[in-house]
Design a binder for this molecule. Structure first.
Ligand SMILES: [Zn+2]
Length: 69
């Protein structure tokens, strides 16, 4: 999935940095400008899958990164 950030960077959304914000919300952060996309334009399920794909591209599984519920 390709997307362009407002800073001008274009690329796949999955290549952004997957982080959790202070409230535990999944965010994909632009590595160029640090802008965080909270994926609110996607459904909950689609946003989760996209974020987990970004994690797996970095060799990290979601199970390792998320705090135990
Ligand atoms: Zn950006």
């Amino acid at each position: 999935m390709k997307e362009s950030c407002y800073c001008g960077r274009t690329g796949e959304v999955e290549d952004r940095d997957p982080i959790l914000d202070g409230r535990g919300k999944r965010v994909l952060q632009c590595p160029e400008c640090g802008h965080g996309d909270d994926l609110c334009w996607l459904s909950e399920e689609a946003g989760r899958l996209l974020w987990e794909e970004a994690m797996s591209r970095r060799g990290v599984t979601a199970d390792e990164s998320l705090p135990a519920a």
